[in-house]
Design a protein around this ligand. Structure first.
Ligand SMILES: *[C@@H]1O[C@H](CO)[C@@H](O)[C@H](O)[C@H]1NC(C)=O
Ligand SMILES: *[C@@H]1O[C@H](CO)[C@@H](O)[C@H](O)[C@H]1NC(C)=O
Ligand SMILES: *[C@@H]1O[C@H](CO)[C@@H](O)[C@H](O)[C@H]1NC(C)=O
Ligand SMILES: *[C@@H]1O[C@H](CO)[C@@H](O)[C@H](O)[C@H]1NC(C)=O
Length: 682
């Protein structure tokens, strides 16, 4: 007898479309066949749309306009469209229930009664928007899907991952704290703050290992395991000795702030994974660290304080923004290390850091003129972006964009550096940028948001050759500003510039956030940004439609509940976001890796830095790890006196808590007895 798995895939998918998403997960474990089936991209894409704000808004709008609301693109119908399975006379889920995927399961029980009412709807031609009066329901559903679908034809997307990240549970995890190693205790007072963050892929960007690299306030460099391939997820896997990032080197007096990493610089670290090098901006110095040895290998000095670094890439020089200029730093052009590498590495320790710095400083005051740099008329670049080639996630072009404490985004072409190529007026105070190697048109985006384009128009809009999108965020009139700029593909007649001219602009200054936006990144097929109110929000690429949001909350030091924990405004803020999978590495390796997750442990989570600590947003029901979890482990292996100290501390905080409770009781008692005339509880 033929089993369930002998049915054709279309039928199986149709059956699956009646299951709740959580029930589809165990199905993936049944067999290879079911694994592939339960991760079918078309299926999950339809599910994403079904539960989207986009569709909800569309239905609301149509109801307001008095249109019947019966053309919800149910997953099964979308899949069956045009594949010869006949009309979509499947169980139509009611318009209201479909918007809430969690209720799908309940519908099954009711469907029998409802079929009689619902089936006729699916056969009716529905005037659903101005453009679609003549469309069949099937075509109309496909058209709505096309208007919503945020992806571009050449883009690789795992729609299963998309669904999980759009609608699955979300958890905030805190990375292990770094402590002052010299004092040997682990109290909150000895917590050493992280001063920035960048990602390091030691096995290459397609590798499983992902490390977060941070300069710490004690002048050390620390690395955390982000994907759990080296040890415990979220744990510190390596840390240099303290002081290597201090201007006077380890052991010298570095107590003054001016000798340390400036906590106001967000983009203060860049990593070139290919060469295993990290660059740290420390005041006006750029300190280069070999990440395999965690020691300083080079130092370059600039005439002014460094305020921003571009990301490092093996294909182009690093771009360094100082308070008064933009500089190119081509570390790749240095002669390769000689064989006596050890000598170079250890040189730092032997000759003392300050000689290293003195040498690079001498360079500045040499008779040699400064290498060419682009002076800035207004100080303070905050974000430097190397734009990709059109259509290429990972290949960089010669375009450099700079945003900061000035009202324009500046554009340089590396081949013509240092002359400025152009600028884009924003008017906002921008602090973070990212980009997509695909075209953007404000008009098309707006029409698609209203689901008004035809299938052909959507295709045409997405396939404009050579277009790219610059995405920026910041603050405008104390509110958040999310800005998208479509850049023209080709030379414009009067400037002859190749690429990078602004052609289309969208500025969402209304409802991205009530507070300043801190950082923006691409995350899957969504935009993710953080704001000054402690939220991380995901928006569709139209810049207006919210997909979901999450509050970072704040990490508790392991000292018992803090009395500030529940106070509003005590939340941490994500100053910098980083998706853990590099662009161009999204979701295409299911077949290569195998295993239940298909791609090791790195499922494109979102790393964030609060200015002091690191955290990881994951898409799972329970946090994968907590900072307290690491504390416990520490405790177990610790010296008894530290143990005793902590016991005393927690005893103290417990007594404190009880005292506060007693005090509250006393106040209540006094009130109840009507005695509050001059009696104040101790
Ligand atoms: C539907 O047809 C298209 C091409 O005609 C095909 O790529 C797709 O896989 C089909 N879908 C299903 C569920 O069979
Ligand atoms: C995933 O993480 C777990 C637990 O941290 C670890 O045991 C496992 O080896 C990791 N898998 C891969 C492929 O890195
Ligand atoms: C932007 O570029 C597109 C395609 O090149 C063109 O059709 C459109 O007119 C341009 N818009 C503006 C405002 O220049
Ligand atoms: C922002 O406003 C636009 C139009 O004013 C609306 O369509 C969109 O849904 C709003 N987004 C949010 C997140 O409120």
């Amino acid at each position: 007898m033929a089993g369930l798995s002998d049915l054709p895939n279309e039928i199986l998918l149709h059956i699956l479309s009646f299951l709740n998403p959580p029930d589809l997960i165990p199905l993936q474990l049944v067999s290879r066949g079911f694994y592939n089936l339960a991760r079918d991209d078309g299926f999950w894409r339809a599910r994403c749309l079904e539960e989207s704000t986009f569709l909800e808004t569309l239905h609301r709008r149509r109801r307001l306009m008095g249109f019947p609301d019966r053309d919800t693109p149910h997953a099964a119908r979308i899949l069956h469209n045009g594949n010869g399975t006949g009309g979509s006379n499947n169980h139509g889920l009611g318009p209201n229930t479909v918007l809430d995927g969690n209720e799908d399961g309940n519908n099954n029980a009711n469907d029998d009664d409802d079929d009689g009412e619902r089936l006729p709807y699916t056969n009716t031609t529905i005037a659903s928007s101005v453009l679609s009066t003549d469309e069949t329901p099937e075509r109309e559903r496909v058209r709505i899907m096309a208007n919503w679908d945020p992806c571009f034809p050449s883009e690789r997307v795992s729609w299963y991952d998309e669904y999980v990240q759009r609608h699955g549970p979300v958890a905030v995890n805190w990375m292990q704290y770094a402590y002052d190693t010299e004092r040997g205790t682990a109290s909150a007072a000895d917590h050493v703050e992280a001063r920035g963050v960048a990602l390091y892929y030691p096995d290459g960007e397609a590798g499983e290992t992902v490390l977060a690299v941070s300069p710490l306030d004690d002048g050390s460099v620390a690395m955390w395991d982000v994907a759990g391939s080296k040890g415990k997820r979220g744990a510190i896997v390596a840390r240099s000795r303290p002081g290597i990032l201090f201007i006077d080197g380890p052991g010298a007096d570095n107590s003054r702030r001016s000798k340390r990493i400036d906590s106001g610089v967000t983009e203060c670290v860049s990593v070139d994974s290919r060469q295993h090098r990290a660059f740290f901006a420390v005041q006006s110095h750029l300190i280069e660290v070999d990440l395999r040895r965690l020691s300083v290998v080079e130092c370059e000095s600039f005439p002014w304080s460094i305020t921003a670094l571009s990301a490092a890439s093996r294909t182009v020089p690093l771009t360094v923004g100082t308070s008064l200029g933009i500089h190119l730093h081509d570390y790749r052009s240095r002669k390769p290390p000689r064989n006596d590498q050890n000598e170079i590495i250890d040189g730092f320790d032997r000759m003392g850091a300050n000689e290293f710095y003195a040498r690079s400083l001498r360079h500045i005051f040499d008779d040699e003129p400064l290498p060419p740099y682009a002076p800035l008329s207004q100080p303070g670049p905050l974000s430097i972006l190397h734009l990709q080639q059109p259509g290429q996630e990972a290949d960089l072009s010669d375009d450099i964009y700079v945003a900061g404490r000035f009202s324009n985004i500046l554009h340089y072409d590396r081949r013509k550096f240092p002359s400025i190529r152009g600028s884009i007026h924003s008017g906002a105070r921008l602090c973070s940028m990212t980009s997509l190697p695909y075209p953007f048109s404000t008009l098309d985006s707006e029409l698609r948001r209203q689901a008004e384009l035809s299938l052909e128009q959507v295709e045409a809009s997405k396939s404009v050759a050579g277009g790219r999108t610059l995405i920026a965020c910041g603050e405008y009139n104390s509110k958040g500003s999310l800005e998208l700029y479509g850049l023209t593909p080709t030379a414009s007649a009067h400037t002859g510039a190749v690429g990078g001219l602004q052609n289309s602009t969208l500025k969402n200054r209304q409802n991205s956030s009530q507070s300043k936006l801190m950082s923006v990144v691409n995350h899957g097929s969504r935009l993710a940004f953080s704001d000054g109110s402690g939220y991380i929000k995901w928006f569709e690429r139209d810049g207006f439609t919210e997909v979901r949001r999450c509050r970072i909350g704040h990490s508790e030091q392991s000292q018992g509940p803090s009395i500030f924990a529940s106070m509003p405004g005590s939340d941490d803020i994500a100053r910098k976001l980083l998706p853990t999978r590099p662009a161009g590495e999204a979701g295409d390796d299911d077949n290569e890796r195998g295993g239940s997750s298909g791609r090791g442990n790195n499922s494109n989570d979102l790393l964030f830095w609060t200015g002091e600590k690191l955290g990881l947003v994951t898409f799972s029901a329970r946090p994968g790890f907590t900072a307290e979890g690491f504390e416990k482990e520490r405790d177990e292996g610790e010296a008894p006196d530290a143990e005793a100290l902590r016991a005393a501390q927690s005893d103290y905080s417990e007594r404190m808590r009880r005292a506060l409770e007693r005090q509250a009781d006393d106040v209540r008692l006094v009130r109840n007895l009507g005695l509050d005339s001059g009696i104040r509880p101790a």
